[in-house]
Every structure is written in C-alpha cells, then in structure tokens.
Design a protein around this ligand. Structure first.
Ligand code: FA5
Ligand code: MG
Length: 415
C-alpha cells in the first residue's frame, strides 16, 4: 500500500508538485483537478480494472521488460521533439495539453518515454502510465487516462537472418512460429516504407507487429468469440508505415491503438542505427470499458467500495452496476465575444470550478444575433456524485461559482 495523495500548491507565481517547483509563464495551465490525481496511479492499484488489464498485457508479452513508474512530468523535448513532432504541430497547443511551463508538461502519451525505454538497452519493452489531455467531459472522455506502449527492435540484417530472429522471438504463439503463415500485412505506397529501409525487412517487422498485437487482443477477448478486429492506415510523425487498430463492439468500430514501424532517425538518436523496430500505443480505459462492461470512464476513479471491491487481480469480469445517485441539471447561457471559442477550455474551466461532480457538459443551443453578430451559447451541465446524493442548494452554490469563473475567464456576457 502507498499514499495516493498528491502534494501540490498552485499560486499566481508558481506551481509546486511532488517536490518540484515551476515558475509560472505564459504556458502554465495545469489545474488543481489534474494535479490532485497525479498520485492515484490507477494502473498500479491491483484491483482497478486499468491495472488488471495492464497486468494481463504484461503477462501476455512475458519476454518484454515492463516499465510503469516513469514520472508523468516530462519535457516538451520528450513529449514532442524526440518523436519528430514538428514545432508547429497542433498537438503541442495549450488547449490540448497541461503545461507547467513552456518546457514542461504532463505527458500526453506514453510515447514520451520511447527514448528512455531504448536507453535501458532492452530490445523489447512495455511502458504504462497515466496520460493527460485537455478534452471534453462525458462518459468516455476524462482528462486523465492510461496508455500502454509496446516497443520491439531487431538487427536490421539480411532478410533470412531477420526472419530467423523474428520467429525465434514469437514465443507467445501456440501455432507454428512461422511468420509467413501469419502474415497478411499489405503495405501500400500511400502509407510508405521509409526510404532507408528495405521493403522485405519492413514486411517482416510489420508482420511481427501485426501478429503481436492481434494475438494480444485475441487473448484479452478470449471469451468473446465474435470479436472483429481491423487494421486501417494511419499517420504518426514517429512511425511509417503506421496503422490504427479498431475492434467491433456493440455495433460500432472502436479505435484502441496506434502503431507502426519506428522512424529510423528516432532509433539513430539512441545509437541504434543498425536496428529496425516497431511501436504501439494503446488506451487502457477503452479496453477496460469494453472488457468489464463499465459504462462510464469516471467509475475507474471511484473510491466507492461498491466499485473498488468488485474486481480481482488477473481476472476479467463484468461490472455489476449499482444504483446511481440522481443528477442535478443546470444550464448556463452567455454571449461570446467575436472570434474563436475553445470548447475544451470551457469544459476545463467548468471542471476546475466544480470538480468531478460534473458528469457532462453539452452545448444545447447556439445562435448568432442577426444585428449585433454576437454569438449566444447555452451549455447544459449535468451534476452527479458517484458516491452520494447532492442537494439542490449545494449545486446552486457550485453553479454560481461556475458562472463567476466563466465570466472572468472568457469575458462573456452571462444571460
Ligand atoms: C498516440 O497517443 C500515439 N502515441 C500512439 C502510438 C504509439 C502510435 C506508438 C505509433 C507508435 P492516439 O492519440 O491516437 O495516439 O492515442 C492512442 C490510443 O489512446 C487511442 O487509440 C485510444 O485507445 C487512446 N485514447 C486517445 N485519446 C483518448 C481519450 N481521450 N480517452 C480515452 N482513450 C484515448
Ligand atoms: Mg488516434
């Protein structure tokens, strides 16, 4: 057992967390809400479904070195530059991330640790952890979620020895370890092989990637015989070719991971010029929601015993719903000044003022005044506690605070 309380202070001059102090600058936008959860580490709480899935994946990839305790506070170098993400890439913006200062942020993906993993000298490794993105608020989006990264590399030799290496490493498969039998990867010119790579070797690496991921997914979903998995072409600055993997669940395709053949400059930075590798990054919440039948992403954070005492390490089991407490719904409408409107920031401010009691924020009405050209927005906020009844008076007080903060922060005219 360990402490899950974060130690943090936010002032107008600095942000202090877990013993580190950052002076505020024009990039600082971390919120008390996310800082307060930094030490929860759901992926390490043995009976939390996030952790159960992490453990099952780590046992499946039993010849991979697992890392799960890298600090979520990373540099922009780690989160972006090391991964060849261009300086002007939209994923760097303040409205998508939580920055401590212009050089430091809460990691937005576990890929931020790829170079750290490589510097360990391990040829096959996993990295799991909490990741942070400013996002909307609803049953499938929460500003903190968890990912697991997988990475494997090989000697980039002649195709015959490459094949031998890859087949020797395929000790997770119960079928013949013959990559040719398993390979149905089609590499297209629109999702290109890097100029420095030989097509034959890329085919082998991609086949191992595809086989490794599919066998992991099929082992997690062993009890769901009708599972459908599909691979679609994708783009990431740090892999090429790249794919996303989707599973068919309750009538819709659900994206579960991104992956690809690692950009060679990234390998070369680690002194691995003569190696070739693959990587994937997968969201644990989505998998856990599907596998455990968990209807709301916020349940993972619940400290209600009716949730925390349901699950057993090593076992996938269906969530038994307990009755929800009644919601309390309040609308807020206002005129916004001309120009851009960042809904993510609005949701963030609402959550900052009200906390986790906000279950959902939804735009329900929008119009532009024909004469003044001013835009009117109306948002509906659904308040509900996961662990108790809320009173109308209590919510009215919170709603008042939300109104004040929204007015201050966005210079809107409340209606
Ligand atoms: C990435 O984060 C890349 N780092 C993945 C990667 C790693 C690609 C290595 C290539 C090589 P993306 O933003 O698509 O990509 O997120 C990866 C997965 O995280 C998604 O497929 C999804 O399962 C999960 N994910 C992303 N955003 C959310 C969210 N807001 N809530 C829950 N899960 C999410
Ligand atoms: Mg994606």
């Amino acid at each position: 057992s360990y402490s899950t309380a974060s130690d943090y202070t936010v002032t107008d001059k600095f942000v202090k967390v877990n013993g580190r102090t950052f002076e505020r600058d024009e990039w600082t936008n971390v919120t008390p809400n996310v800082l307060s959860k930094m030490n929860r580490k759901l992926h390490l709480q043995p009976t939390n479904p996030i952790s159960i899935i992490r453990q099952l994946i780590e046992s499946h990839f039993n010849n991979y070195k697992p890392f799960h305790s890298f600090s979520p506070i990373v540099s922009t170098q780690q989160n972006f530059d090391d991964l060849l993400i261009p300086k002007d890439h939209p994923s760097r913006t303040k409205s998508d991330n939580y920055y401590f200062d212009k050089n430091t942020l809460l990691r937005a993906h576990t890929s931020a640790h790829q170079l750290q993993g490589l510097s360990s000298g391990e040829k096959k490794f996993l990295i799991s952890g909490d990741v942070y993105r400013r996002d909307e608020i609803d049953a499938s989006h929460y500003p903190i979620f968890h990912q697991i990264e997988g990475f494997a590399y090989f000697d980039n030799t002649d195709p015959v020895s490459m094949r031998a290496q890859i087949e020797a490493g395929m000790n997770n498969d119960t079928r013949a370890n013959n990559i040719d039998l398993l390979d149905d990867t089609v590499i297209k010119p629109s999702n290109p092989i890097q100029g420095c790579h030989s097509p034959e070797n890329v085919q082998l690496v991609a086949a191992d990637l595809k086989h490794s991921i599919n066998s992991m997914i099929y082992s997690l979903f062993a009890d769901e015989p009708d599972l459908k998995v599909r691979w679609i072409d994708a783009y990431f600055p740090f892999t090429s070719p790249s794919w996303e993997v989707e599973i068919f669940y309750k009538g819709a395709w659900l994206e579960v991971l991104g992956c690809g053949v690692v950009q060679q400059p990234l390998m070369n930075k680690s002194g691995l010029d003569n190696k070739i590798g693959w990587a994937f990054g997968m969201g644990l919440e989505r998998l856990a929601m599907v596998l455990f039948d968990i209807p709301d992403i916020r349940l993972f954070w619940s400290e209600d015993k009716r949730f925390t005492e349901q699950f057993t390490p090593g076992k996938i089991q269906k969530f038994k719903p307990f009755s929800k407490y009644p919601p309390c719904i309040k609308d807020i409408s206002f005129w916004v000044p001309k120009g851009e409107w960042h809904e993510n920031n609005f949701c963030e401010v609402v959550r900052g003022a009200a906390g986790d009691i906000v279950e959902n924020v939804q735009l329900i009405d929008e119009f532009t005044h024909p004469k003044t050209d001013k835009r009117s927005l109306c948002y509906r906020i659904l308040y509900r506690s996961m662990d108790r009844n809320v009173t109308n008076e209590e919510i009215n007080a919170i709603q008042e605070k939300v109104r004040d903060v929204v007015q201050d922060e966005f210079k809107v005219e409340l209606r």
